[in-house]
Write a protein that binds this ligand. Structure first.
Ligand code: ZN
Length: 132
């Protein structure tokens, strides 16, 4: 039995008792059963709504996954082509990969030897070390 069925069963039992409106105790029991009936219907509606929301959320999730595939695939190509730069440290020969965030700074420290490398952009946006 689910909640609404249980409350219906309880209502049936209460009706069988023929509760009187004259008795305060019996009246309270009748009111309590009405409240339970309302609550059971409300909970049942909420369960239905929640199931519907869950179903819609699954659909949104699937759409978002497709969108992510599309966007990130695109971004990968973009990064491979344009967004990463490679420089070679003139001191130790370490190959350093720079992203856009690095490029917003004027210089970085070589992760291998700690030499400060200043950026100088030419027309092709390539990075050169001015001391090279
Ligand atoms: Zn270095």
């Amino acid at each position: 039995m689910n909640l609404t069925e249980k409350v219906s069963y309880l209502k049936g039992l209460a009706e069988g008792l023929e509760l009187s409106e004259d008795s305060k105790t019996e009246k309270i029991i009748k009111v309590m059963i009405e409240v339970l009936d309302d609550m059971a219907l409300t909970v049942s509606d909420l369960e239905d709504d929640l199931a519907e929301v869950g179903y819609q959320l699954d659909e949104v999730d699937e759409d978002l996954a497709e969108l992510e595939d599309y966007v990130f695939d695109d971004e990968d190509e973009f990064e491979d082509d344009d967004e990463f730069y490679q420089v070679t440290c003139p001191q130790c020969g370490e190959e350093i990969f720079l992203d856009e965030e690095d490029l917003e700074q004027d210089s970085i420290d070589c992760p291998a030897c700690g030499t400060n490398l200043e950026f100088d952009f030419d027309d092709d946006d390539e990075i050169e070390n001015p001391e090279e």
